[in-house]
Write a protein of this length. Structure first.
Lengths: 329, 113
């Protein structure tokens, strides 16, 4: 009962936040509201027992995208352009109304929330739940599904992240990158003159990275895995960049290394798949990686999760640095 | 013993909630950004101490208590730092920490709006 009340409260807050995002004309406010939206969404996922998704939403939605949006705002304008003509507004209203009606109509066929007889819970999910302890031998079924049963999907996701990163880097480097080494301007020294954030930040960075590694390597036992860990470690490095200046962060992790991470992680994932073929199995079949198939599956999951984490971390940091290096027009 | 712990933890959690409520009212009602922040940040720190120690009493001596302690340390470090950052950003963007002037500014913007 209390969970239902809390869930309804969170969903109401979500709607209120979404309306506020649409209504506000100040883009900075909109970014902050989007961050709150993601945090509410993460809480919502958590009370629906989807801890893995909640962790991803909190780390990427509320954390990293806010920083990237702010980086984009620094390059563009603070407030929205003037609204379109009234005619366009009515057309938009009509489209939205029709779409909303269709969606509401579609929900009438939807099974009740958490209904065990819903088609989605009767398809392959029972088999995954039944076979995971036997075939994979790890407690977190989500990681088992993500890593081995649906390994192709995850490989696809990693390549989407890879392609998105390359695309953003292409678009952002079109206007030429500002040479930071020549100008020792006030921006690049970060928050050096602010003692309190600096001391607290320095204290927190190692713990953030450590927590990221915990999420990475504990993904088989609890909520977590490569996507979340990559985002959390990237957050730690971005905090370092904000505190000590971008130049120092690039000195610790140069662009070349970041690009190497983006490519290397995707490559590691693919190579694990190819190793499966070479050892006499199928592509992305980890059972042949060790003499015991269950141990082989576990080795495979650890390796591909590492690949996912490396790619996500490298992509997010590359995109962050690409935004930070652009000159405001 | 059990009942005493329960009562104590409920007292802690309720007073923590009260602090959040007071902070919220303060953030809505006070005249300018510095006073609003003052209301929100101080009560927030106090409330996190009270609520988390209330939950710790409920959890007893277990791994959960250690996790809650870690969360409490994290909140005690980051909360005040965030308040400092907000106040500093407000100062940099040209808001004077002067109650009289702020009031005049407020009424001016209100009459404009």
């Amino acid at each position: 009962m209390i969970v239902v009340v809390f869930g309804v409260f969170l969903l109401t807050m979500l709607v209120v936040t979404a309306v506020a995002v649409v209504r506000t004309e100040n883009l900075f406010v909109a970014v902050m509201l989007m961050s709150i939206f993601s945090l509410l969404m993460a809480a919502n996922f958590f009370i629906l027992d989807a801890a893995d998704v909640a962790l991803t939403e909190a780390a990427i939605g509320a954390g990293i995208t806010t920083v990237i949006f702010l980086g984009a705002l620094a390059l563009t304008a603070q407030s929205e352009q003037a609204a379109v003509s009234p005619k366009g507004r009515f057309a938009a209203l009509a489209v939205v109304t029709v779409l909303a009606m269709v969606m509401i109509w579609a929900t009438f066929d939807k099974p009740r929330l958490g209904d065990p007889d819903a088609p989605v819970h009767q398809h392959v999910a029972p088999w995954y739940l039944e076979q995971t302890p036997e075939l994979i031998g790890i407690p977190n079924v989500v990681t088992a599904v993500l890593g081995t049963f649906r390994g192709y999907d995850t490989l696809g996701e990693v390549f989407v992240v890879f392609a998105a990163c390359i695309g953003v880097l292409f678009v952002l480097s079109a206007g030429g990158i500002r040479d930071r080494s020549k100008e020792a301007d006030a921006e690049s020294i970060g928050l050096k003159h602010h003692l309190i954030p600096k001391v607290v930040g320095r204290l927190l960075v190692p713990f953030i990275v450590l927590f990221g590694l915990y999420v990475q390597f504990h993904g088989e036992y609890g909520p977590g895995g490569g996507f979340q860990a990559g985002a959390i470690i990237a957050t730690g490095v971005i905090l370092y960049a904000l505190l000590e200046g971008e130049t120092n962060a690039l000195r610790a992790l140069p662009r070349r290394v970041l690009l190497g991470m983006v490519v290397g992680g995707a490559l590691l994932y693919t190579l694990v798949g190819v190793a499966g073929i070479l050892l006499g199995g199928n592509f992305l079949d980890y059972s042949v990686l060790a003499s015991n198939p269950v141990v082989g599956q576990q080795i495979g999951i650890i390796l591909i999760e590492a690949g996912v984490g490396i790619t996500v971390c490298g992509s997010l940091l590359s995109i962050f640095h690409a935004f930070a290096a652009r000159e405001a027009s | 013993m059990e009942t005493a712990l329960d009562i104590l933890s409920w007292i802690l959690m309720t007073s923590g909630g009260l602090f959040v409520l007071i902070g919220g009212i303060g953030a809505l009602r006070l005249p300018n950004i510095y006073t609003r922040m003052h209301a929100a940040s101080l009560t927030d720190t106090m409330a996190s101490i009270l609520v988390l120690s209330g939950i710790m009493l409920q959890a007893g001596l277990s791994l959960a208590t250690i996790k809650l302690l870690a969360i409490l340390v994290f909140l005690l470090l980051t909360g005040p730092t965030a308040s400092y950052a907000i106040a500093n950003a407000a100062l940099l963007s040209g808001m004077r920490p002067d109650a009289k002037e702020a009031k005049a500014d407020n009424t001016k913007t209100e009459s404009q709006a």
